[in-house]
Write a protein that binds this ligand. Structure first.
Ligand SMILES: *Cc1c(COP(=O)(O)O)cnc(C)c1O
Length: 354
């Protein structure tokens, strides 16, 4: 029997999510916080995890946690849904909206999971290229909304991998013109320090995503969806009963208890980002783009495959995004510690001089 004959075409047509298996010393490819939990908090964190009863199921729906976050965000307790990372929330939202023939609109380039999950659930994906400044191409998106109204639109703000925040006016226009849900994914809000939270009252179709992955807890898989109560009510029927495990729930509570310490790290990363930007900008043939995230999107005038592989040879991992068209020569590097950033810049300098 050929099992592939049983698998849906949308799944067969995809490549598996690429995971790099090369050994590395310095990991600047996944937009993680380079710092561990602050030393003075580690014992408390360990004790907290140790107190979790592993023989019991976690609290279903993470409702206690959701209401704590709601308070922090200044929204109702019935407006927050917790997920096993944002990936889980993308999937839950897509599952709830995946009517036959429905479409998802995304700008490109953007976070790849929107496309992968939408395709897996049978959506058509309308990918609208960003304009030359990597901002939203509003006329093209409006045209799409007029001809094939999407059930769902995903806007990462700041955008991954380009690092910029799309202009607020254009997002506003999409929110006003859309007949479907519009997600503003604020995965990098700790580095951009701006939000659409205060716009929730004005738009019934606005949904905001947050995650603790970029601010220091990537391993714990904690995502948040903030939206209208009527939508959250339906999404609770779609999520798996125990989508957030008990250790993750405890870790998310710990984050709330100690948020100041995490925000202090984010502030430090923002300073290192400024230094890294200046160092890259000073290299001939390297052109960093303005960024509001914890990574820098840059183009290089050299063969990007050579630059990438020689960085890997030196144990430094970044993301090579170069492809024909608007992405030609582009790469993305996560802001690491000051030491890691310096080593990366030194290596890059050496490579491009050869
Ligand atoms: C990294 C990232 C996320 C985080 O996903 P998790 O599943 O929460 O780790 C979400 N959205 C965007 C745009 C990202 O770049």
């Amino acid at each position: 029997m050929d099992v592939r004959a049983l698998i849906r075409e949308e799944v067969l047509a995809q490549a598996a999510y690429p995971v790099v298996t090369t050994p590395y010393r310095i990991k600047l490819d996944a937009n993680e916080n380079p710092l561990a939990i602050p030393q003075e908090l580690r014992e408390r964190f360990a004790a907290l995890l140790d107190s979790v009863p592993l023989n019991r199921y976690p609290e279903a729906g993470s409702v206690t946690l959701a209401s704590r976050f709601a308070e922090r965000f200044g929204v109702g307790a019935d407006q927050v849904l917790m997920g096993n990372g944002s990936d889980d929330l993308i999937q839950i939202l897509c599952q709830a909206l995946a009517r036959p023939g429905a479409s998802v609109m995304i700008p490109v380039p953007t976070f790849v999971m929107y496309r992968i999950i939408a395709l897996n659930l049978g959506f058509r994906v309308a990918a609208v290229p960003l304009d030359k400044d990597f901002d939203l191409d509003l006329p093209a998106m409006q045209e799409q909304m007029a001809t094939h109204p999407p059930a769902l639109t995903f806007l990462a703000w700041p955008n991954n991998p380009t690092g910029n925040c799309f202009s607020r006016e254009r997002i506003d226009a999409i929110l006003k013109g859309a007949s479907g849900i519009v997600v503003v994914d604020e995965a990098y809000c700790h580095f951009a320090e701006k939000t659409f939270l205060t716009d929730l009252d004005r738009h019934e179709n606005l949904v905001i995503f947050r995650t603790l992955s970029k601010v220091g807890l990537a391993a714990m898989r904690i995502g948040l969806l903030i939206g209208p109560p009527a939508l959250i009510h339906e999404l609770h029927k779609v999520r798996l009963p125990y989508n957030l495990n008990a250790l993750s729930q405890a870790a998310a509570g710990f984050y709330l208890d100690e948020e100041a310490a995490f925000l202090k790290q984010a502030a430090e990363i923002r300073r290192w980002r400024g230094e890294l930007f200046l160092a890259l900008d000073a290299l001939p043939g390297i052109h960093p783009r303005p960024t509001e995230a914890n990574f820098i999107f840059f183009s290089c005038d050299f063969d990007p495959d050579r630059v990438y592989s020689q960085l890997v040879d030196r144990g430094i991992l970044i993301r090579n995004l170069s492809a024909p068209g608007m992405m030609k020569g582009y790469m993305r590097v996560t802001v690491g510690t000051r030491q890691e950033n310096q080593e990366f810049v030194e290596a890059l300098k050496d490579i491009i001089q050869k």
